[in-house]
Design a protein around this ligand. Structure first.
Ligand SMILES: [Zn+2]
Length: 316
């Protein structure tokens, strides 16, 4: 078990140094009662076994992605809370499942959430105040837990890896990702904690590390521009090492999907900034069997609840 403590906050690193499909959790302990609150639950089996020995009263999920939520179903006696956007999304998935009976669902970790927490408000978690700062971009509902008293900001999937930002979900948005990343620079924190690999970064190092990380977005877009300039066809654009190396495409099915979605997001972004790529984008979507509407598919929360408020609709 690899962990570190800052005051009552225990940083529980996931298996494989929190490399996806695992992630880091925060365990906040009440000093007097020993009860605790967990933020994110995707550390892997050995981490879940450790957490099951703790008296966890509530689990807050930063967003619905399985690498942050896979362990939630193991805590069936614990209240599980998620942000309003993802709650709305999960309701949609639940409806879809009922109407189409679509087999296994990788989102069932987040699907265990019964309650909604609010963004930007002080939430008391086992005696410690935490504010869930909405930071859309990586996903629409993604947020960064901020613990002002101890100067901790969990930047989560703004993960500072050398791979670069992940914005390949239908509800991801590149410009929002950049805006949210810049928002984190305004937060008065001493410790910036990623959900994967890199771990903790100090206040001094953070701005330059973040800048280097965001520059990867520009480099990806530049590779797309150059390829199009060379006359690269929409079908072949995914073979230009824009996001992943072409040689790695065979490693997992999601890699080609991410390459396609990532490029589609960039093309749409380039169109928004005035480049005449409308037809090229449609050809790209057709060549890769992407539904153009699926490339940015956002939900709006059906309702916004208070932390701990019982929701009216059941998800399962
Ligand atoms: Zn994620």
């Amino acid at each position: 078990m690899n962990y570190e403590k800052i005051g009552p906050v225990e940083i529980v690193i996931g298996e494989s140094q929190s490399r996806a499909p695992f992630s880091t959790s925060l365990l906040i302990r009440d000093r007097s009662t020993e009860e605790s609150t967990l933020i994110d639950c995707g550390g892997g089996p050995s981490v879940f076994a450790y957490l099951q020995q703790q008296k966890i009263r509530q689990i807050f999920l930063t967003h619905f992605h399985p690498d942050h939520t896979s362990g939630a179903p193991l805590f069936d006696q614990t209240q599980i809370l998620i942000n309003p956007y993802d709650y709305a999304r999960l309701l949609q998935f639940a409806e879809m499942r009922q109407s189409q009976a679509t087999g296994t669902d990788s989102r069932k970790g987040a699907g265990t959430a019964q309650l909604i927490y609010p963004y930007e408000q002080e939430i008391h978690m086992s005696g410690t105040t935490v504010i869930m700062l909405h930071a859309p971009g990586h996903s629409e509902g993604f947020c960064c837990p901020y613990i002002p008293e101890h100067g901790i900001l969990m930047i989560g999937d703004i993960d500072l890896t050398s791979f670069g930002p992940w914005y390949f979900g239908p509800d991801s948005d590149i410009d929002q990702f950049i805006a949210s990343a810049r928002m984190t620079l305004e937060v008065d924190a001493k410790y910036f904690l990623t959900s994967h690999q890199k771990g903790m970064v100090s206040q001094e190092e953070y701005p330059s590390k973040l800048e280097q990380y965001l520059e990867i977005i520009d480099r990806r877009e530049e590779r797309i521009k150059q390829a199009i300039k060379r006359g690269c066809s929409p079908a072949e654009l995914i073979l230009q090492d824009v996001i992943y190396f072409r040689k790695d495409h065979g490693q997992a099915a999601f890699i080609v999907r991410n390459e396609q979605m990532g490029i589609a997001k960039h093309l749409k972004r380039m169109i928004r900034s005035g480049e005449p790529l409308g037809d090229y984008f449609l050809e790209f979507a057709m060549a890769h069997k992407l539904n153009p509407d699926f490339v940015d598919q956002f939900t709006r929360p059906a309702f916004v609840g208070k932390a701990g408020a019982k929701s009216e609709t059941k998800m399962n």
